[in-house]
Write a protein that binds this ligand. Structure first.
Ligand code: SF4
Length: 420
C-alpha cells in the first residue's frame, strides 16, 4: 500500500481497555479466517500435531473450528489460547489479535473503534487506548483494506455527506451524551427524537451550514421539548417489533449445530423461535446458549424499567460511553455499519440500546429478579454489540423495514421510554 490511512485512536478519553484474559471471546465468537491466517496455521502444523482439523468450511468461508460447547478449539483449560501460548500473540489469526478493536476506514483516516462484546471494554478496565496504537498499525498490515480510503460517507439514502456534516453530527451527539444533567430515559428519548427528526427532514435541501443550524436548533430544544411533546406507551405492534429486533440480535446458530442438523431443520428451528418472540407469550425459547433460560415474556413485560434500577446512574454512564464509542469510533454508519447512511445508523444505534434494555430485563427475570442491575445491562450489551455491525441480517432489508416502521408514530421513542 503506497499511502495507508493514518489510524486515529478512539476519542473517548475516559474509555480504557486491556485484555484481562476472561476468555469470553474465545468461548463465543466464530472466527473467520483469511488466507494469511490459514498459512500460519499450516506452518504451525496443528493438524498433524492434534490429529484433527482445526478449520471448518461453512457457507463458502473458512472458520476456526469450535468444540461442541461452542468454544474455540485452541482454548485451553487455563483459559488461555494455545496458539498464543506456543507461538506468541502475533501468530494468532488476525481477527483474534484485533478484537475488541474494529478498524474502520473513511475517506481520510482509519478509526479504531471498540467492540463492547469485550468484558474489559464494558467494565472500562485497562490502559489508555492510545497505548495500543503501534500494535494496531502492526496488525493492520495483514488487513490492508482497513487502511484504504473509502467513498464519501452517505448522510441519508443516495445523499453523499458534505465536508463537516458527519463531524457536525458527531460533535452534537457527543455533546449530548457528555451532559451530566440528563436522566437515563431523557437521554435516549432525546437521542431517538433527534435521529427521527433527521430521518424525517428533507435533507437534500438542508446542506452544510443549514444542516449544522438545523442540528443545533434541534439539540438546543432538548430536553425541554421532550416534556412538551409527551408520549404514549409503546403500542403492541411496536413492542412486537422490539422483540423481533431482539431475536435478530441474539439468534446465533453455531456452525457445528447447523452442520449436524442440516439446513432445513436449522431454518425450521429458527422460524419456531422467531415466531415465539413475535407472539411474546410463554417461556422465552432457548437462545444464545441459554442466555435467557427460565425467563417468560410476560414477566419481562411486567419487570421494572431500567430507570428504576438502583444502578440507573451506572447504566446511564455505560450506555453513554457505548454511544460515544460507536459514534466516534466509526461503528455507527459507513463501513463500520453495513455501509449505512449516518441518519439510518443513528436510528439503528437507538434500536440497539432499546434491545439491550429489553435483554437486560429478561436477563434479570431469568435470574429471579424483577429489576435489572448493572451486571444484567453489561451482559446484555455484550450480546447485542456482538451482533451489531457483524451479523449480515442486521444490515439487510428486514432490519431496514423494522426501522422504517419504528420511525413512524414515534416508535423508537416509545420503545425506548418503555424499556428505560
Ligand atoms: S473478552 Fe476481552 S478481556 Fe476477555 S479475553 Fe476477550 S479480549 Fe480479553
Amino acid at each position: 500500500m503506497d499511502h495507508p490511512l493514518p489510524i486515529l485512536s478512539l476519542q473517548v478519553r475516559e474509555q480504557r481497555y486491556s485484555c484481562h484474559g476472561c476468555g469470553n471471546c474465545c468461548k463465543d465468537f466464530t472466527v473467520q479466517l483469511r488466507a494469511r491466517d490459514l498459512e500460519k496455521l499450516r506452518e504451525q502444523r496443528w493438524e498433524e500435531r492434534l490429529g484433527e482439523p482445526v478449520t471448518v468450511e461453512f457457507r463458502d468461508r473458512t472458520w476456526l473450528r469450535q468444540r461442541a460447547d461452542g468454544a474455540c478449539i485452541f482454548l485451553q483449560e487455563d483459559g488461555k489460547c494455545r496458539i498464543h501460548a506456543e507461538f506468541g500473540f502475533a501468530e494468532k489469526p488476525t481477527a483474534c489479535q484485533l478484537f475488541p478493536f474494529v478498524l474502520v476506514p473513511d475517506e481520510t483516516r482509519t478509526r479504531a473503534g471498540l467492540s463492547f462484546a469485550c468484558q474489559s471494554v464494558r467494565e472500562n478496565k485497562g490502559a489508555a487506548l492510545s497505548t495500543h496504537l503501534s500494535e494496531l498499525v502492526r496488525m493492520s498490515a495483514d488487513i490492508p483494506e482497513t487502511r484504504r480510503p473509502t467513498d464519501r460517507l452517505l448522510l441519508a439514502d443516495a445523499l453523499h455527506a458534505k465536508p463537516n456534516e458527519i463531524a457536525c453530527i458527531e460533535a452534537t451527539m457527543d455533546a449530548w451524551f457528555s451532559r451530566t444533567d440528563i436522566t437515563l430515559r431523557d437521554r435516549w428519548d432525546g437521542f431517538a427524537w433527534l435521529s427521527t427528526s433527521l430521518a424525517r427532514a428533507q435533507l437534500k435541501t438542508v446542506r452544510e451550514t443549514r444542516f449544522r443550524e438545523l442540528l443545533q436548533l434541534l439539540a438546543s430544544a432538548l430536553p425541554e421539548e421532550l416534556h412538551q411533546l409527551g408520549i404514549e406507551h409503546a403500542s403492541k405492534r411496536q413492542l412486537k417489533l422490539l422483540r423481533q429486533g431482539v431475536f435478530a440480535r441474539l439468534e446465533d446458530v453455531k456452525i457445528a449445530d447447523a452442520k449436524s442438523r442440516g439446513r432445513l431443520r436449522t431454518v425450521l428451528a429458527q422460524l419456531v423461535r422467531s415466531s415465539r418472540f413475535s407472539r411474546g407469550k410463554g417461556a422465552i425459547p432457548d437462545i444464545a446458549q441459554g442466555f435467557l433460560k427460565g425467563a417468560r415474556f410476560e414477566l419481562v413485560a411486567a419487570s421494572a424499567p431500567l430507570s428504576d434500577s438502583p444502578d440507573a446512574n451506572e447504566i446511564d454512564m455505560l450506555f453513554a460511553r457505548y454511544a460515544r464509542a460507536m459514534l466516534l469510533g466509526g461503528r455507527a454508519w459507513g463501513v463500520g455499519y453495513y455501509g449505512w447512511p449516518a441518519v439510518r445508523g443513528l436510528q439503528a444505534l437507538a434500536l440497539n440500546v432499546a434491545c439491550t434494555a429489553w435483554v437486560a430485563r429478561a436477563r434479570a427475570v431469568s435470574q429471579g429478579r424483577s429489576i435489572a442491575l448493572i451486571c444484567d445491562v453489561e451482559d446484555a450489551l455484550g450480546r447485542i454489540d456482538r451482533a451489531a455491525g457483524r451479523a449480515p441480517w442486521l444490515g439487510a432489508v428486514g432490519e431496514r423495514v423494522r426501522l422504517e416502521y419504528l420511525r413512524l408514530d414515534d416508535g423508537l421513542r416509545r420503545i425506548l421510554r418503555s424499556s428505560l
